[in-house]
Design a protein around this ligand. Structure first.
Ligand SMILES: [Zn+2]
Length: 253
């Protein structure tokens, strides 16, 4: 393959732009705000799950409370009815009187027990509602932080995207200076060799694999025409000759 030395030199500009584009893509993928937002999202989801549990429990406890309160009412009205009958003086039978008194006493004990239950249940409901309120507050804080972090993430991403657009335009301009067959080879090698397809030959060393070329290789390159596309024997990348290639110094064989 052949290409004008100027076109070959443009490969190095293209390679630099591609490296910059890759760095931008890496930065975009690894923005700290991405991980931070994901963590906050997890936190909000966890709070939501806890909230549902607390709210379900609170509604169970409230139902329990209403049942206990209605039980208290029933027991109280029955005791009131019994007390009225007792106080009416209509019951004269001693056995019946005794039964009534003992029922009133037993209803009194039952009422006290039920009232105790109502108090306990009210306390539980209060705790659960306080917990739900605390979780709601935590959720609001986490959501506000999430909104703030995603806004920061989007701003940073937009800046990177802006740089990317600019570099892509530069890339198009540089590509236009390179013949299609050389550009195709460059793209193929870039995919094959970890994003680096072209490297300068600097002081007898391939800048792609960093290995020094042998005397034989250097002499071959010296003998090659300037428009000949030269490849590194070791890494197979395109070697671009520059002022600093070290080809002019005499090399003993
Ligand atoms: Zn190499």
């Amino acid at each position: 393959m052949k290409a004008e030395p100027a076109a070959q030199a443009r490969l190095l500009d293209l390679q630099e732009l591609d490296a910059q584009l890759e760095r931008l893509d890496h930065r975009l993928r690894s923005l700290p705000e991405i991980a931070e937002a994901a963590q906050l999202k997890e936190r909000v989801d966890a709070i939501d799950a806890e909230l549902i549990t607390a709210q379900t429990k609170a509604s169970d406890v409230e139902r329990h409370q209403r049942k206990a309160e209605s039980d208290v009412d029933q027991v109280r009205s029955r005791a009131d009815r019994d007390t009225k009958r007792l106080e009416s003086g209509q019951i004269t039978n001693a056995k019946e009187l005794q039964n009534l008194q003992s029922e009133i006493a037993s209803l009194g004990r039952r009422q006290a027990e039920l009232e105790e239950t109502v108090l306990e249940v009210m306390e539980q409901a209060e705790e659960l509602n306080a917990r739900a309120a605390r979780l709601t507050e935590e959720r609001e804080t986490a959501v506000a932080k999430f909104t703030e972090v995603t806004a920061r993430r989007d701003t940073a991403a937009a800046e990177i995207q802006w740089d990317r657009t600019r570099l892509t335009q530069d890339r198009e301009r540089v590509s236009a200076d390179i013949p299609a067959d050389l550009l195709a080879l460059y793209d193929k090698l870039r995919a094959q060799y970890d994003g680096v397809a072209a490297a300068p030959l600097r002081y007898g060393r391939c800048n792609g694999c960093k290995l020094a070329l042998s005397t034989v290789e250097l002499n071959e390159i010296r003998a090659a025409a300037a428009d000949e596309i030269v490849r590194c024997e070791d890494c197979r990348r395109i070697l671009v000759r520059t002022e600093e290639s070290g080809l002019h110094a005499p090399v003993a064989e």
